[in-house]
Each structure stands twice: as C-alpha cells, then as structure tokens.
Write a protein that binds this ligand. Sequence first.
Ligand code: NAI
Ligand code: A1CAB
Length: 269
Amino acid sequence: MAQTIGFIGGGNMASAIIKGLIQQEIYSPSNIFASALSERSVDRLKNQFAINSSQSNEFIVKNSDIIVLAVKPYLVFKIIDEIKSVLKTEQIVISIASGITLKKLNHAMPEQRVYRAMPNTPASVNMGMTSICTTLNPNETSRTLVAQIFEAIGKTAWIDESLMHAAIAVHGSSPAYAFVMIEAMADAAVLEGMPRDKAYIMAAQSLLGAAQMVLDSGLHPGVLKDQVTSPGGNTIKAIAVLEEDGFRSSIIRAMHAAAEKSREMEANN
Ligand SMILES: NC(=O)C1=CN([C@@H]2O[C@H](COP(=O)(O)OP(=O)(O)OC[C@H]3O[C@@H](n4cnc5c(N)ncnc54)[C@H](O)[C@@H]3O)[C@@H](O)[C@H]2O)C=CC1
Ligand SMILES: O=C(O)[C@@H]1CCC=N1
C-alpha cells in the first residue's frame, strides 16, 4: 500500500492499529503520521513506532492520503473545524469515534470520502475486529482501500450504521470484558494455589483456544460447551454456579448498557 496514513489522536486505539499495520508491513513507519496533545505522547509515538509524530494536526493532514480521526468523541467536530482549511477533496477520512454518525461527519466534511469504523485493541496483535460503514456508493473504489487497512489487522464486517451500537458492545468494548474475566479466573486459580504468572497464561490461553474453536469449527458454542461438561463432572458444577449467579444475563445487560451509552452519545454529539 503506497499511500500514507495519518492518525489524529495517537492514543490507545490508534497505537493498537499502528502496531498492527507496522507488524503486518502494510505501511512502513515512515508512511505513518500521528498527532497527540502532549509533547510526551508525541515522543512516545516516535520512540515506540519510529513513525512521524507531531503536536500539529495540520502536519498530519498535509502529509496523509488517509486520515483516521482517533480522538475522543467530544473532540471530533472541534478537530474537523481545525483541519477543514487544509483538508483536500481527494482525502479519505475514517472516524473511529463511538457515537459520531456518518450524517454529521458527512455534513462537516462534504467534499471528502468519509467512513465510520469501530475497531478494537486486539488489532495490535493482528486479531482485531472492525465494523465499517459508509454512505458512499457501493462501487466506490476507496472502500477496498479502507477494508484492506483493517483486514490486515484482523477481521472486518461491513454493516448498516444502525448496527454500530451492537458492534461497539460486541467487539469494540468486549476486550475489556474478557480482560476482567481473565483477571477473575486467574484470581480464582491463585486462590486454589496456582502461581499468579502461570494463572494468567492458563486463563488467557484457554479463552483464546475456546474462541478459536468457535471460529474454526463453525459449531454452535453450546455444542462445544456440551463437549466439556461430562455428566456429574466438575465443569457442569461450575456452569450451574454461573447460571445461578446470572452470568449470561449479566453479560446481556452489560452489553445493552454499552449500546445504550452509544445511543446516548450519538444523541448528544
Ligand atoms: N480504546 C478502544 O478500545 C477503542 C476506542 N475507540 C474510539 O477511539 C477514539 C480514541 O479512543 P482512545 O484511543 O481509547 O483514547 P485515548 O485517550 O487513548 O487517545 C486519544 C488521543 O487523542 C489525543 N488528543 C487529544 N486532544 C487532541 C487534539 N486536540 N489534537 C490531537 N490529538 C489530541 C491524545 O493526546 C491521545 O493521544 C475514541 O473516539 C473511541 O471512541 C474505538 C474503538 C475501541
Ligand atoms: O469505551 C470507549 O469509549 C471505547 C469505544 C469502544 C471501546 N472503547
């Protein structure tokens, strides 16, 4: 990919994407630009990735064919106002901010080809999941370019924008739920006497393996669960406690809360 890519906001999510793009050799560090608010963050980006980093958003826009808006949602339109005068018509802009609609993005940047994407931090280890939407024509050639960026660092799905709230809940935020689960599983193992360093690896590797089985086998997760739960065995004992404690409904309610927050942000931004 010969183009240059620039991130406005070089925080957690942008860094995860940058790491994935460099690892997969999609962009060389010299073709990646990123801005951050503080001099310290600018230095971190330079030292960590050897990319072109700057406190100037104008510098990023002037040097990038594709621009990724990776600041907190409340800053998105302030940033667009700031860079408007240097944005070129042919530039592609991807917003990864939650709760910022294509309608408002298109209105703020009527000349540019605008995309909305919801990635997640596992992009940093090339296991990301990104949902993408746009109001552009289905034949628009830049679609391929945008998809290629996220395909290089994981899986992608084109979705209708109305499904963005669900996408945020199911894969934007969900790495955090998994991290909490890994922490809790490791604590429980430590309680049983397992050394902590081993407990984290065991918990993480078993979740990773289970997720991989769902993807590779195409089997219903319930079937895979049944294969682990022998009659009268220890797994079914654990499942019974999880059900008693509302494990499933807790996850469903948590994800609904994430989606509701996304709707609220959409209404207020
Ligand atoms: N963290 C995550 O897992 C995900 C985040 N997102 C979205 O990505 C966006 C960024 O989130 P995070 O990376 O988590 O936030 P963050 O707080 O880690 O990063 C924000 C970055 O913006 C920079 N910044 C602040 N004001 C700026 C300005 N005026 N000009 C240039 N840069 C400025 C900060 O220096 C920082 O580097 C949000 O809109 C969020 O909704 C989307 C999917 C997942
Ligand atoms: O919680 C957040 O603000 C972002 C959006 C999706 C994941 N993290």
